[in-house]
Design a protein around this ligand. Structure first.
Ligand SMILES: Cc1cc2nc3c(=O)[nH]c(=O)nc-3n(C[C@H](O)[C@H](O)[C@H](O)COP(=O)(O)OP(=O)(O)OC[C@H]3O[C@@H](n4cnc5c(N)ncnc54)[C@H](O)[C@@H]3O)c2cc1C
Length: 374
């Protein structure tokens, strides 16, 4: 568990898709016993009740031994922390322990064919019928929908109200009758996301989070948890995706030999990019320390923006340094790492779109962090 993790070895929670490496299960169980899959959650919900300082110590120790994250995904990173702030006691007891134990996996039902950056323009509807809401409509780009047990989603419950005020936040089982998913293929050959359809899907009233028509507030807070990248912290992988794209040892050596010695421009670019990463990690730490809440607010858009730029640039640099070896799709002339990096390079183009595009993050930073006028 101290060597670099391949994506298919991660555990996202739930049993529809599990790790390809049995050791990941043992690692997960050991961490669950300590409450360290969600270290700063209360013990009663599966966490370890660590305060901010203890949490930082744990992270540093995990990094020191190069430990892998035992559990990843939208449960620990997004809906868990949101329910801690907005859920009822009953919802916390019901949903949080299965997340912390890696027993339930979640997906995000936000975007729609006509609502991406303008998320509040969403049209999927819910109508109250007795003690249940009946949902109709569709969501798009739903990552991991086929393997998720649950979805958290934003749905319109008052079509007459101003657009931000008629939205509610629901939790729905992906096994409910009327839910179906269709894969969407990416340029790198994988299908990580889906279009999700709701056809008279019935959701019990107790699965509404916070108050009816006040879901926008909950939905926005969840996005801050998503953009903070602190999920990666909760899984003892402080640099998160930044570390996961790091090349293997052979490549690092090649960078040393060719880039650092012979090509001044490449050497400068590699150095610049590493400096950006160090500055980002320090900024993250400072913002977390300064914030009252466990996850900071609008400043998380800075993390999201810089991280996306760093990852894209890092992969561009890898491609440049590898030369033609970086363009392998398959075949014996390319190493497994060459091929996976080439595909990651293509996939990385999506990072500055997922979770809100870079332009949207810049809008948030100007208005909510720098206080510039609308
Ligand atoms: C890998 C990946 C995974 C994803 N997973 C999920 C998921 O699990 N669940 C989910 O709900 N969604 C998911 N999404 C969708 C994602 O949230 C949207 O793609 C994103 O919010 C952008 O919306 P859009 O694609 O509709 O683009 P649009 O909103 O149509 O934007 C098109 C372009 O216009 C620009 N633009 C739009 N408005 C403004 C503005 N006001 N100011 C400046 N520029 C603007 C954008 O920056 C962009 O360049 C995922 C996306 C990707 C790429």
């Amino acid at each position: 568990m101290r060597v670099k993790m391949r994506p298919d070895e991660a555990i996202n929670g739930g049993y529809k898709k599990r790790s390809s490496n049995p050791d990941s299960e043992i690692w997960l169980q050991r961490m669950v016993e300590q409450g360290w899959t969600a270290p700063n959650w209360p013990k009663e919900y599966g966490g370890a009740d660590l305060d901010k300082n203890e949490f930082v110590v744990l992270l540093e120790e995990m990094q020191r031994i190069n430990a892998r994250p035992p559990l990843v995904g939208m449960g620990v990173s997004m809906i868990g922390p949101t329910l801690l702030e907005y859920g009822t006691e009953e919802q916390k007891q019901r949903f949080l322990p299965p997340i912390a134990k890696g027993e339930a996996s979640w997906c995000q039902g936000y975007s729609e064919p006509g609502a991406g950056s303008d998320l509040a323009g969403l049209q999927t509807k819910a109508v109250l019928d007795g003690d249940e809401f009946v949902i109709n409509g569709s969501k798009i780009w739903t990552s991991s929908a086929a393997f998720a047990d649950w979805m958290f989603c934003l749905v319109r419950t008052d079509p007459q109200a101003p657009k931000h005020q008629g939205i509610s936040f629901f939790l729905l089982s992906m096994d409910s009758p009327g839910v179906s998913v269709k894969p969407i293929r990416l340029i790198n050959g994988t299908s990580p996301f889906y279009q999700t359809f709701f056809d008279d899907v019935r959701v019990p009233r107790e699965n509404l989070v916070h108050r009816i028509n006040e879901g926008w507030e909950v939905g926005k807070r969840l996005l801050q948890h998503e953009r903070s990248g602190l999920a990666a912290l909760a899984s003892a992988d402080a640099a998160g995706p930044l570390e996961r794209i790091k090349p293997g040892n052979d490549f690092a050596e090649m960078v040393n030999i060719y880039a650092s010695l012979s090509d001044a421009e490449l050497r400068d670019s590699w150095t610049d990019n590493e400096m950006i990463k160090q500055a980002l990690l320090l900024t993250k730490r400072r913002v977390v320390e300064e914030s009252e809440a466990k996850t900071p607010g609008a400043a998380t858009s800075i993390f999201k923006y810089i991280e996306a730029e760093y990852v894209k640039r890092q992969l561009e640099l890898q491609l440049k340094t590898r030369g033609t070896q970086g363009l392998g799709w398959n075949g014996e002339t390319f190493s497994e790492e060459d091929i996976s990096m080439g595909r990651l390079w293509l996939e990385s183009k999506a990072i500055s779109i997922a979770g809100g595009s870079n332009e949207v993050q810049l809008n948030i930073i100007s208005k909510r962090v720098l206080g510039l006028p609308d």
